[in-house]
Design a protein around this ligand. Sequence first.
Ligand code: SAH
Length: 238
Amino acid sequence: MFENINIVLVNTSHPGNIGSVARAMGVMGFNKLSLVNPKEFPSSHADALSVGCKNILDHANVYNSLSNALEKNMITVGFSARDRKVPLPSMSLDDLATYIKSNNSYTYNIVFGNERTGLTNDDLHQCDYLVNIETHSTTSSLNLSAAVQLFTYQLFLTNNIKKKPNTSVKDLATSKERDYYYSELISILKDTGFVNDKNYKSLLKKIHIIFNKAMLEKDEINILHGMLASIRKKLIVD
Ligand code: SAH
């Protein structure tokens, strides 16, 4: 089950938390774990807390950077305990579970941060969407494995609802297809003078955010490419 979900833990300090995450995954049918620069792994503390899910630890992949841990062509979702300055489109946990159920042929990186500092802005910039789990009080920070548990449980629950969700199944564009469109768009906007060396970086980020909000489907990306082609043609003629 849930072969299409890659749970990614970044800079985890406490090996016990890695074991608890393995357990939180295993009990709900998840098995793919990636670790980015864990402080201590493998570890007897992790093994002890994994209770019956040690096989997940045995098969976990360890990476030296988040970008290496992210499987390409996937949709990447960052989990954050607080509202972040990075203006990424955000989803509730429930929305995310419905989204994954409705687009089950896609694969997903689900990224969780360090116990004390969470995900850095650089980490978040590698994500397509952001999820903040609602909590009762202003102390919104859950234990790492509790956050993973809520995600795995919510997806497990949503997947087991017999009734089909109302959302129609969409053929979403992949990160690669979207990035290719953004690069084409930027290239035309450079030619028109809208994008220049000064505003390039911030505009690229904003374009990313604006279009990600639309959750573009493959045929919609094709229409946008068609629009660019017609603009390009006109630019050349003129
Ligand atoms: N002080 C850190 C908390 C880190 S808790 C911060 O403010 O970000 C460790 C990780 O658990 C977080 O990086 C996040 O991935 C996840 N997490 C904890 N509480 C969460 C919440 N309420 N919503 C979403 N993710 C949460």
